[in-house]
Ligand binder design. Structure first.
Ligand code: BDR
Ligand code: CA
Length: 311
């Protein structure tokens, strides 16, 4: 089994990613850490704890930072709802104490006898803080599979994707860390959609989980219509962005991509948070990321629907 840490801001598609990860037989999810992004840290943390409990799994969940490194937090409450789980409520777990994410990540990475894979579905705040506080962890991280960025068009401002836009400073620290990076940007996650027919198939599974998944995804789909957060055709499909980052770890053959040098625009300008992908090697820098550009959608959908059946 592949040892993984998942850093996430649930968030509707984040819960879908957690579902796939926690139920997959090839992954050993050793830790979930929560980040402020789609909602505040209070909510993303509570949502992760509630969801793990709802699935009946015993996974460590640690609490990350409250806000981006420099910027003020901007959430995506319009698309994920006032609680972060759209119209759905999971049984609430009383949280008495939460470990700190940075300490817990260090502990898991340094005590692992094989290198650990990190999967991220939110802003990179926690991961950047980990690298700054404990640079020794880098040598025992196999790779970081990141959902974020956009080469051909953003979803918050014209060129930037939400996770990178929320904390571009953290992203730059991670991209400069030297740890191998796999980037599931919007260029690939926009292809990772469910059709309305597939959504109805999910509803027909007829379990409590499938009902909740359906309700959350419908909310996510409808909330995005007509906004820059999502894009044309959103009435007909719903995108499973964060699921890509974990699907790559489960089966890299589902994707194609290429190595590029990627840097993050951090200026207070109209392009702040843009992932600048050096396709033409204009900067002459060694590649620091494997940028995915294609996914086998049918297999990804199968992987997702199988996860719902497993619960
Ligand atoms: C990303 O933004 C968030 O709202 C989603 O959870 C996903 O991680 C897509 O740009
Ligand atoms: Ca997310």
């Amino acid at each position: 089994k592949i040892p993984v840490i998942i850093d996430t801001d649930p968030g509707i598609d984040d819960l879908m990613m957690l579902l796939v990860a926690i139920t997959h037989e090839n992954l050993d999810v050793r830790l979930i850490t929560t980040v402020a992004g789609n909602q505040t840290q209070d909510l993303t943390h509570q949502n992760a704890v509630n969801f793990v409990n709802y699935l009946g799994k015993n996974v460590r969940v640690a609490r990350g930072l409250e806000k981006p490194i420099f910027k003020e937090l901007e959430t995506a409450a319009d698309f994920h709802g006032e609680t972060g789980t759209g119209p759905v409520e999971f049984p609430n777990v009383e949280i008495e104490f939460s470990e700190k994410a940075i300490d817990a990540m260090r502990d898991v990475i340094m005590t692992s006898d094989e290198p650990v894979t990190i999967v991220t579905g939110g802003p990179l705040t926690n991961i950047a803080a980990l690298m700054l506080a404990h640079p020794e962890v880098k040598s025992n991280i196999r790779k970081i599979s990141i959902m974020g960025g956009a080469a051909t068009g953003g979803n918050v401002i014209p060129t930037a994707e939400f996770n990178m836009y929320v904390d571009p400073d953290a992203a730059e620290i991670v991209f400069r860390s030297g740890v191998p990076i796999i980037l599931s940007s919007l260029d690939v996650t926009r292809q990772a959609y469910l059709t309305n027919e597939e959504l109805e198939e999910i509803k027909e599974i007829g379990t409590d989980l499938s009902d909740k998944v359906y309700d959350m995804l419908k909310f996510y789909q409808e909330a995005a219509v007509g906004t820059p957060f999502h894009e044309p055709y959103f009435e007909e499909v719903v995108r499973l962005h964060d699921v890509c980052a974990v699907a790559y770890v489960i089966d890299p053959m589902l994707f194609s991509g290429n190595f590029y040098y990627v840097t993050i625009e951090r200026g207070a300008s109209v392009t702040s948070g843009t992932t600048v992908v050096d396709y033409v090697d204009a900067l002459g820098m060694p590649p620091n990321a494997y940028v995915l550009y294609d996914v086998n959608r049918d297999s990804l959908v199968d992987l997702f629907i199988e996860a719902i059946h497993k619960v």
